[in-house]
Design a protein around this ligand. Structure first.
Ligand SMILES: *[C@@H]1O[C@H](CO)[C@@H](O)[C@H](O)[C@H]1NC(C)=O
Ligand SMILES: *[C@@H]1O[C@H](CO)[C@@H](O)[C@H](O)[C@H]1NC(C)=O
Length: 313
């Protein structure tokens, strides 16, 4: 099986990639919910790797799938604020008739924090059933993700030199929204415009609605890549993160305050048996077709009533 690398990230026009390829099994005659893909930084739905990944999920699940493009694709994935990106996705999912009874989300890298913003912030959006997160910077990252397009990277690096929590950078460089330097937390809480809100980190601004919405997921699948060189530390994909002021200690998810005090419902979901933590040995987003089949597809076939059907093929 070829290793499949999806350099990922964001979203605007909707591209209906395709409807059905050969569905691998008989799902008791019942059509699975549709899914959307939210890609990572610097990627675009029309890129071959992502296009084929979307097609593979459609083929294997038998579900209708949409790769959602945010704005103009790669460049907006770098330079549009993440809450604005999520607003655009919110409008899109509300406008797609086929999603109105619910849908699943597959997130790649940065697309996962956009996905979570859609789940938590999108007023009046259709219900999200399962959320499968591959390499998401859920608890932050201590460096800006690597770049593939040199022109964009140079601009991004120039911006970072202005100070990652400065209002200008926060407004014009998407990944600054989830940078969290564990030794500079005061500046983060004061300056970061995105992640503290998404994670309900600041007591006086905490919003129970965000928590209720995330808690209403049927299932949350958190996939970490153990050799991830893009997310620092890789455990952020599981909501694990550095202890405050300490680059030497990475707390597992259940030892973070976010979990212990249950700011966003992760603990409730977990205690309800509705979180699956998966670790793959490779680098960021490296996943092969067998792993896709065994670890992602079952959640794209689950029935709206709750249980995941794992069918042998
Ligand atoms: C999906 O199925 C179609 C139709 O059978 C096939 O042409 C295509 O190569 C498949 N794509 C992937 C990525 O599996
Ligand atoms: C919490 O979020 C909801 C949904 O966006 C919003 O309607 C509500 O006004 C917010 N509550 C507070 C206290 O800000």
């Amino acid at each position: 099986m070829a290793e499949r690398k999806c350099h990922a990230l964001l979203v605007v026009a909707v591209i209906l990639v395709a409807l059905v390829g050969g569905s691998v099994d008989a799902s008791e005659g019942e059509k699975p919910l549709p899914f959307i893909i939210l890609h990572g930084i610097g990627d675009e739905c029309k890129n071959q790797g992502l296009y084929e990944f979307t097609q593979l999920l459609i083929n294997m699940s038998g579900a209708v799938g949409f790769c959602i493009e945010i704005g103009n694709g790669a460049s907006d994935s770098f330079f549009m604020r993440l809450d604005k990106q999520a607003d655009l996705v919110c409008d899109q999912v509300k406008s797609i008739q086929g999603l109105k009874d619910g849908y699943n989300i597959v997130g790649l890298s940065q697309g996962n924090v956009v996905a979570r913003a859609v789940i938590e912030f999108c007023d009046g959006g259709p219900p999200v059933h399962n959320f499968v997160s591959l390499g998401g910077p859920h608890a932050g990252t201590a460096s800006i993700p690597g770049c593939t397009l040199m022109s964009l990277c140079k601009l991004a690096n120039a911006l970072i030199r202005l100070g990652v929590y400065s209002p200008f950078v926060q407004n014009h460089l998407a990944p600054s929204g989830y940078v969290k330097i564990p030794t500079d937390l005061d500046a983060y809480y004061k300056g970061s415009l995105f992640l503290p809100k998404l994670n309900n980190e600041i007591a006086i601004y905490r919003n129970e609605t965000y928590k209720k919405r995330l808690e209403s997921l049927n299932h949350l699948v958190l996939i970490m890549f153990q050799q991830d060189a893009i997310l620092i530390p890789p455990q952020t994909a599981w909501f694990g993160y550095y202890a405050d002021n300490d680059f030497g200690t990475v707390l597992p998810p259940e030892e973070t305050d976010l979990y212990k005090e249950d700011w966003i419902g992760l603990r409730a979901l977990d205690e309800g048996g509705r979180v699956t933590y998966i670790a793959f040995p490779g680098d960021h987003l490296s996943i092969n077709d067998l792993e896709v089949r065994d670890f992602i597809i079952p959640y794209l076939k689950s029935s709206p009533t709750g249980e995941v059907r794992v069918l042998s093929s």
